[in-house]
Design a protein around this ligand. Sequence first.
Ligand code: SIN
Length: 362
Amino acid sequence: MSYLDKLKKAVSNFFPAHARENKDAEQTESAGPHGLPNIHVLATGGTIAGRQMGAGPRYQAGELGIEALLGAVPTVRALANIRSEQIANIGSQDMDEDIWLKLARRVNELLAQKNVDGVIITHGTDTLEETAYFLDLTVKSDKPVVLVGAMRPASAVGADGPANLFDAVVVVASPDSAARGVLVAMNGNVFEARDATKVSTTAVQAFAAPNFGPLGQVHDGRVFYWRRSDRASSRPLAFDVSGLDNLPLVGIVYGHANAPELPVKTLVEAHYRGIVSAGVGNGNLYHKVLGALADAANQGVAVVRSSRVAAGPTMRDVELDDTRYGFVAAGALNPQKARVLLQLALTKTQEPGEIQKMFDYC
Ligand code: SIN
């Protein structure tokens, strides 16, 4: 038995779900050395690349390069041929649209290549859900794309980054992960980008999908899917951002008892093209804020009603007459995801009816 055959046999014994066979036509076309899938990792920083400062809990996100992170999980080399690239090295509180546009272009470029089977993006957890949803709306490929982060810095005792990164490779290497939209792999769960959100500031179980639950889980080097999202399979064509240098300005205003109208007025005066309201309950608005948003919509600003409540949809024309005010209802998108979709929608239209259709569909 040749060395190559021995290696393939060892891999298939250890990870039976990921030992792809040569008779798989697509794999034969793209398989690299050892018949393994070719995965490209794009690194952006975050706690997964964080380093502690001294003996205490303080640490700095976005310190280590991607090769150091991959070096902590050498077993991934038995699952895939891995290439990596550092796109940025920041804490994700500093994520911006320049990096989003760069990522969207790079991911589309990579996935168009026959010898790339999937992409992993390492990312800080703070804004991971927004980048995941942005890519979900802008990547034009059925090949798997997975975002992964960590809650503990790479140098911490019990760092969760290596296990999460290993799981991300497992997910991308699995043929079952195709055509599911952009995914998030965190703490053994696999989420769809649309529903995944950060629900804990500190726990390793930091992410949840409050409306629909995880799509699947990773156990012992295998991914098990429980369901498929209709949204991922029915989305016809991603937004094309290849020619864009920036995105329309969209702000979020947070609802609360006795809320002032000042934030809305400030955004309108600053020529924001869209405002997302993180309203109370079913997207409800303090009467002064409702007045200010109605004025904004009258002036042509796109107004989307979402909710500060963690789960459940913001429903159109139920408690509040969206049709009368020219508002858009966000459905199950939380305010930060609604902002992402509104930015992309505004690259095509400013018309509330057309934007509502995108929210109903995306
Ligand atoms: C960040 O989002 O970059 C810091 C927090 C984290 O990654 O968990």
